[in-house]
Design a protein around this ligand. Sequence first.
Ligand SMILES: Cc1cc2nc3c(=O)[nH]c(=O)nc-3n(C[C@H](O)[C@H](O)[C@H](O)COP(=O)(O)OP(=O)(O)OC[C@H]3O[C@@H](n4cnc5c(N)ncnc54)[C@H](O)[C@@H]3O)c2cc1C
Length: 407
Amino acid sequence: MTTNESRPPLPPELLMPWRTDERAALQAEARTFARETVLPIADELDPQKGEMPRSLIDAMAAKGWFGITIPADAGGLGLGVFEYCLVSEELARAWLSVGSILARGQGLGTQTIDAERRKELLRKSARGEWIGSIALSEPGAGSDLAGVETRAVRDGDDWVLTGTKRWAGFALNADFIEVLARTRDPEEGEPRSAGLEPFLVVKTPGTFPSGMTGHAIDKVGYHGFMTYHLELDAVRVPESDRLTGLYGDQGADADAGGFASVQRGLNIARVHTAARAVGVAQGALEDTWAYLQEREQFGKPLAEFQALRFVLADMAADVAQARAYWQQVAHLLDAGEAAETESAQVKLLATEMSVRVTNQAMQLHGGNGYTTERRVERYWRDARLTTIFEGTSEIQRRIISDRMLGK
Ligand SMILES: Cc1cc2nc3c(=O)[nH]c(=O)nc-3n(C[C@H](O)[C@H](O)[C@H](O)COP(=O)(O)OP(=O)(O)OC[C@H]3O[C@@H](n4cnc5c(N)ncnc54)[C@H](O)[C@@H]3O)c2cc1C
């Protein structure tokens, strides 16, 4: 009979095939940075609903993190979706918005029709000098982006953009805003998305460009990353700044363009959101683990109560499962798989897990959890967003079930 004692230990590469020395070092670097640099800033600025400081962005840029997925010959680190998500999870463990800002590099806003300009912008993106805002959503177009009404009208060598955008994160301090606009109405038999194109609105950080006004939306959480309502009244964009794709190259062929490139960008965004949600849940888990040992009731630490320890165990297992899944899906994307269903599944599972775990964390903190004196309320507020943005849970379920039913 085989016993546990007589069974040889599994080699580490079989247990965690992703765990190379390089990745472990990158993860450790990001974890230290998150704990020592991001966390104190988050603790100070989150209660003030403040924007993350430029110095923090510069520190991440110096590490090359805005170009993790940009090829090395274009000035990036030449790594994959896996490493991008690995760093983002660690940053989100300290502050969700800092895990998010990395997505505003990685070649975003570089897919201009002019190949030379594209190369130059990609280098800037890798250096963290080309950080953007994405303005897709509108008051009447959220889950249903085909309902975008902002108009782009050709005028000589320019396009003239007019309309209202909502939820444009980081719009004021960005170097550019990617605006999705309608250049024409769909023709008979075409999908409703026909005629929608992304445009690059280049701007000076700290200001809005001519023809654009905006105000910050007062949110429940996700501070550090102000989110704007924008009015566009004849914003001019040169034809050379019409984009061929919504997302950056992110390791894909820059010329692939079209639906494949947009789809790949969406899938990467979903697994990136899953990794960020895991980071937030991990933060809540660690704080709860510490609190259960620190807080005493009925003459002993809370950690002595089995009912609470079992909740902690469930939380830890939930976080580990979601982490393993985002790592698997990132592997698939790096291997060139489309992984559309898997990306939707991991976005759904990891973000719902994050809401559940941060809710349990607050419960186990008792009254102290329901104060602004502890970080657990920040994790709880931030996790709540993850099931809403980057495609709601309902939209992920729709994608998954559509694929299952062959629609
Ligand atoms: C803090 C924050 C930051 C954001 N940042 C950005 C950004 O930087 N850039 C950007 O462009 N957008 C951004 N968004 C917008 C975000 O992507 C949308 O909020 C999201 O896609 C949902 O759209 P909606 O809010 O209009 O909700 P709606 O689409 O109105 O949905 C309302 C409810 O109906 C459900 N629902 C809708 N359609 C269906 C359907 N077909 N089947 C089943 N259920 C459905 C939804 O799941 C949801 O529960 C941000 C949003 C927030 C809150």
